[in-house]
Design a protein around this ligand. Structure first.
Ligand SMILES: Nc1ncnc2c1ncn2[C@@H]1O[C@H](COP(=O)(O)OP(=O)(O)O)[C@@H](O)[C@H]1O
Ligand SMILES: [Mg+2]
Length: 432
């Protein structure tokens, strides 16, 4: 996203410029839109709830200084931190009609009844190939987009009925950061701390803390225009975390980052969770979702196809995976003999020969027998394969879960979807 226009610190939700557009519309800045009502509320502003007398203060500090009119501990006893129920969302797109140059409307179903929940202190990983509806789900939860139907709640508060309150409770890291090239990192942090109405002491303490934990010291007084992708992402994280929101939402937080930045971000996310924060993140990286998430929701074509802890999902597939290369160049007959032997002895539940990988044996074996690997090596030794070229045993991965549910691997599905959806289309969609 192009760097955004920087609104004065005194920007207020829904404030109009002399031209009648909001700062957000002028800037095309996703982050500023968090300070503004979503489209339907801009047209029909909701009546303020009776118990809230003050103007919405946007983001305030729930961990150090809970809002007077909300007892998060009490709410968390009765409600999950995030509850999404039957979200549906369609988009109209102008496309060229078949056989003519005329444009016609095409309806795209981005979400087709998405439901899931995350408890307080949990990390929920949303996994799915490109175009599966991850970003649309996050935009609906964070009030930046109105669903056609369905609800999203934070601690029992319907985010579309009370978007001001919902926004006070969340931090959002979008797929691409909306930073200003001219401001320094520190000026960004100060600006957003003021927008979040942090008091002076909290502001100073939190800014220094996040500069430290996100490793921003060497860059913080330079203009953001010279930052690398990793530093931009870390600064974006610091901005989202400044007010210590009880719910943190991140859209592909580590895509394209160097290993160091990725590790820093992982550590900060783990720390936020240990403080009682709830995190919803999307990622293309299977291992990232696997390592960080307490719960995984796998999406495909706008629907949830699997949900559970990473271990539950993987265990649901049954046995471990063993991959054996008998020799550097294995003949087909040799691989067939080995397969038949292992099947006959009941050591493999399934055995196939992977021709693409040099006639490698791919086995599914019982995960309850801890010695099965040794027994297989012994059985192969008895038929003449004393020295194996390679042997590896692993648990099923989340990719195997996706494969079992859809019949294709996540990376294949991602590739197919990417070919259909250009970068330009994605940029336009994120501004819509
Ligand atoms: N503003 C929009 N206008 C038209 N189509 C959109 C818009 N936003 C998303 N889409 C479409 O909705 C589907 C889901 O998109 P998205 O939620 O961005 O998926 P993901 O984040 O999983 O890649 C895609 O087919 C995408 O093209
Ligand atoms: Mg996305």
């Amino acid at each position: 996203m192009t760097p955004c226009f920087v609104a004065p610190v005194s920007i207020r939700p829904g404030a109009r410029s002399p031209t009648g557009t909001t700062a957000c519309q002028q800037a095309g800045c996703l982050r500023f839109s968090l300070f503004l009502p979503s489209s339907s509320h801009r047209q029909n502003p909701p009546a303020r709830q009776a118990h809230r007398h003050k103007a919405p203060t946007m983001l305030f500090n729930f961990f150090y200084n809970r809002a007077e009119d909300i007892d998060l501990d009490k709410l968390a006893e009765k409600h999950p931190a995030v509850l999404v129920t039957d979200l549906r969302k369609t988009f109209k797109k102008r496309v060229k009609g078949k056989g003519s140059d005329k444009k016609e409307n095409k309806i795209i179903t981005a979400l087709d009844g998405v439901s899931f929940s995350a408890n307080r202190g949990q990390v929920l990983g949303l996994l799915g190939p490109n175009s599966s509806g991850k970003t649309t789900t996050l935009r609906c939860i964070s009030t930046m987009s109105d669903p056609d139907s369905g609800t999203a709640q934070m601690f029992g508060i319907d985010v579309h009925k009370d978007p001001y309150l919902a926004r006070e409770m969340l931090g959002f890291v979008a797929q691409s950061a909306g930073l200003d090239k001219v401001l320094t990192g520190r000026e960004h942090l100060e600006l957003f701390a003021d927008l979040a109405h942090l008091d002076r002491a909290t502001k100073r303490r939190n800014i220094e803390a996040y500069i430290e934990v996100l490793g921003l010291k060497d860059f913080i007084d330079r203009q953001a225009g010279v930052y690398s992708g990793g530093v931009i992402r870390r600064l974006d994280m610091a901005i989202a975390l400044l007010h210590q929101p009880p719910i943190l939402i991140l859209d592909e937080p580590t895509v394209g980052l160097d290993v160091e930045s990725r590790m820093v971000i992982w550590n900060v996310l783990r720390h936020h969770r240990s403080q009682g924060g709830t995190i919803i993140l999307t990622s293309h990286y299977l291992e990232e979702v696997d390592v960080l998430s307490d719960k995984v929701v796998i999406m495909d074509k706008g629907v949830v196809i699997a949900e559970g802890t990473p271990t539950e999902l993987k265990n649901s597939l049954g046995g471990d995976r063993i991959s054996i290369r008998l020799q550097e160049f294995t003949e087909m007959e040799e691989a067939e003999l080995a397969c038949a032997t292992l099947r006959k002895r009941g050591l493999a539940q399934e055995a196939i020969i992977n021709r693409v990988r040099n006639n490698t044996l791919e086995l599914v074996v019982s995960s309850s027998n801890a010695r099965v690997g040794g027994e297989i090596v012994g059985a192969l030794g008895e038929i003449g394969f004393e020295k194996l070229f390679s042997f590896s045993q692993s648990k099923p991965t989340l990719d195997d879960v996706y494969l079992a549910a859809t019949g294709q691997s996540l990376s294949d599905a991602d590739q197919v979807a990417k070919e259909k959806r250009t970068d330009k289309a994605m940029r336009q969609e994120s501004m819509a």
